[in-house]
Design a protein around this ligand. Structure first.
Ligand SMILES: Cc1ncc(COP(=O)(O)O)c(C=O)c1O
Length: 492
C-alpha cells in the first residue's frame, strides 16, 4: 500500500471519531435509550473537535482585529489573516487574483452579496442563468437582484434526472449573447447529491462573456474544489460561496472567494468600520487592500479561525481521499436502498452515469415523507430531514407524476392538506464521520418500516401544524438539555 495513503487513512480514522455529538443518546418511543445516528449533515454538520479545541485555546488571546498594538490584538489579527489564506489555498485560488472574505452566517448572505456585485459591475447585462436544481438561496437572490432569471434544466435519462444540462446552458447563452451577466450553479445538489461539472460550466459561460458563480454549500466538506485550472484558465471560477456550518464548524461565518478584479470595480457592497482608509465629514476613502475592504464591522474572528482549522484538517487528510471514502458510502447506500421493494430513489442512481455524494432522497411508496422521517427518529434514533429541502422546483419536477396519481379523486377542499403531506421526500445525508454501520442501519430500518407501514400509520396522527405526531410518545428534552438548567448547574 502507498505509505502516503496509509497516513491519510490513519488520520481519517482518528478524525472520524472526533466530532461533538456522535455519542449523544435519546430515549425512544419504545422506551429504549440509544445512540443517535446523525444523517442530516447536508442541513448542517457536527462540529469537528480539533476545531473547537483550537478556538477554545485561541479565546485566551481573543481580541478585536481592528485594535492594533496590544498582544491579543496582534495574535488575533495574525491568526484571522491566516484563516483567509488557508481557505484560499484550500480551494486552489491564488492570492494575487482572488480574495476570501467572510459574510453572514452561511451561503445565503454571500450569494446575495455577489449577485448585487455582478449586477452593479455589469449593469448592461440584466439576465442571470440558474439551474432548476438550485437551493432557494441560489435562485431567489438572482430573481431579486437581476432583471430576469432563466432556469436551465438538468439532463434526463430513462426518466431519471442527472446533472445540469451543459448543452442547453450553451444554447441559452448563445441565444441571449450579450445579455447574460452570469451563470449561478450549485456544485452539488442538496437534494440528490448529484455533482455538477462546474469547471466545464465556467468554460461555457466565459465563451459567451458570462461570469460563473458557484454555490459551494455542499462542495466544501465533500470534494476538492479547483477555483483555478492553470492549463485552461477559461475554466476558472469567478466566485465561490460556502457555509462554515456545513464544513464542520457551527457558529462560523459564510465564505466568499472571488476575483479581486471584479470586486474592485465598485465600492464594496457593505460600508462601515474597518473598510475605510480615512473618513471626513463630506467623504470617505475606501481601503484598497483585501479582504479589509470587503469586511465592514468586527468580524466573527473565532468562527473564521475555527473554520480554517477544520479546513486545514480536511486538507491534511486530503479532499481526493475524502471524496473516495464518501463515494463508497453513497454507493453502499444506493445499492442497498435500491434493493428495498416499494421505495423510490430520486435522481440518477447510477454513479457511473452521474457522480453523487453526501445526500440521498427517497420515499417509501405509500408512506408520507413526514411519517417516514418521524418513525426513523422516534423508533430508531436516525435523524433525517424531510419535505422539499428549500429546492421546491427541483423536488416538484421529480415527484410531480407520483403526486398527480396520488391526488386523483381527492376533494378540491382537501387538496392543499394532501399536497403538504405528500409533496416532499426523505433525505439521508452523510459526512466525514458517517460510517458503513450508519448506512447499514439506515437500509435495515427503511426496509423494516416499509414492511410495517400499517403499524406505523396506526401509531401516528397529523397534528394542527400539519406534522405527524406519535399518539402516545411525547419527546421532552428537559432531561437531555436546556440552556437554563445548564446555566443553573454551572453556577451551582
Ligand atoms: C446547495 C445549498 N445552497 C445554499 C444553501 C444555503 O446555505 P445557508 O443556510 O448556510 O445560507 C444550502 C443549505 O442547505 C444548500 O444546501
Amino acid at each position: 500500500m502507498n505509505p502516503n495513503h496509509l497516513t491519510k487513512q490513519v488520520l481519517f480514522k482518528k478524525i472520524q471519531k472526533e466530532f461533538i455529538g456522535l455519542d449523544t443518546t435519546y430515549t425512544l418511543a419504545t422506551g429504549k435509550t440509544s445512540r443517535r445516528i446523525y444523517l442530516d449533515s447536508t442541513a448542517t454538520t457536527l462540529m469537528m473537535k480539533p476545531a473547537f479545541d483550537v478556538v477554545s485555546s485561541f479565546l485566551h488571546h481573543y481580541a478585536n482585529t481592528h485594535s492594533l498594538l496590544h498582544f491579543g490584538a496582534k495574535i488575533s489579527t495574525c491568526e484571522y489573516n491566516w484563516a483567509h489564506n488557508r481557505i484560499l489555498s484550500f480551494v486552489g485560488a491564488d492570492e494575487k487574483s482572488y480574495t476570501c472574505f467572510f459574510t453572514g452566517s452561511g451561503t445565503t448572505a454571500g450569494i446575495n452579496r455577489m449577485a448585487r456585485v455582478f449586477r452593479d459591475i455589469r449593469p448592461e447585462k440584466k439576465i442571470a442563468i440558474v439551474s432548476i436544481m438550485e437551493h432557494h438561496s441560489n435562485d431567489l437572490p438572482h430573481r431579486k437582484h437581476m432583471e430576469k432569471v432563466i432556469h436551465v434544466p438538468v439532463v434526463k435519462q430513462n426518466g431519471k434526472l442527472g446533472c445540469v444540462c451543459l448543452k442547453t446552458l450553451e444554447q441559452i447563452l448563445k441565444e441571449n449573447f450579450g445579455k447574460i451577466n452570469y451563470v449561478a450553479l450549485t456544485g452539488i445538489s442538496n437534494v440528490t447529491g448529484i455533482i455538477n461539472p462546474i469547471n466545464k460550466a465556467a468554460e461555457i459561460a466565459h465563451k459567451y462573456d458570462a461570469l460563473l458563480l458557484v454555490d459551494g454549500a455542499q462542495l466544501a466538506a465533500h470534494v476538492p474544489i479547483r477555483m483555478v485550472n492553470p492549463d485552461n484558465p477559461a475554466q476558472n471560477i469567478d466566485a465561490l460561496i460556502f457555509s462554515g456550518h456545513k464544513t464542520y464548524m457551527p457558529g462560523s461565518p459564510g465564505v466568499v472567494v472571488a476575483k479581486k478584479n471584479l470586486l474592485s470595480q465598485i465600492e464594496p457592497e457593505e460600508v462601515g468600520g474597518g473598510m475605510v482608509e480615512e473618513v471626513f465629514v463630506d467623504h470617505y476613502i475606501v481601503k484598497d487592500t483585501y479582504p479589509d475592504r470587503e469586511e465592514a464591522g468586527t468580524p466573527n474572528i473565532p468562527g473564521a479561525i475555527g473554520l480554517a482549522t477544520a479546513i486545514d484538517v480536511l486538507d491534511r487528510i486530503g479532499m481526493d481521499f475524502l471524496q473516495k471514502e464518501e463515494e463508497e458510502l453513497i454507493r453502499l447506500a444506493l445499492e442497498g436502498m435500491q434493493k428495498i421493494p416499494s421505495i423510490t430513489i430520486y435522481g440518477e442512481p447510477n454513479q457511473d452515469i452521474c457522480k453523487r455524494i453526501a445526500s440521498i432522497s427517497f420515499n417509501i411508496n405509500g408512506l408520507d415523507h413526514g411519517l417516514t422521517a418521524a418513525v426513523l427518529n422516534d423508533y430508531f434514533n436516525i435523524a433525517v430531514r424531510n419535505e422539499c429541502f428549500c429546492a421546491h422546483p427541483y423536488v416538484k419536477e421529480m415527484i410531480m407524476d407520483d403526486l398527480l396519481e396520488l391526488i386523483e379523486g381527492v376533494d378540491m377542499n382537501d387538496i392543499e392538506e394532501v399536497f403538504h403531506l405528500k409533496r416532499g421526500m426523505v433525505r439521508a445525508s452523510f459526512a466525514l464521520y458517517s460510517t458503513k454501520e450508519d448506512v447499514y442501519a439506515l437500509i435495515d430500518t427503511v426496509n423494516s418500516i416499509a414492511n410495517n407501514k400499517e403499524f406505523y400509520k396506526s401509531m401516528y396522527h397529523v397534528n394542527v401544524d400539519g406534522n405527524y405526531e406519535h399518539n402516545i410518545f411525547k419527546f421532552d428534552h428537559s432531561g437531555d438539555f436546556s440552556v437554563e438548567s445548564c446555566i443553573a448547574q454551572l453556577l451551582d
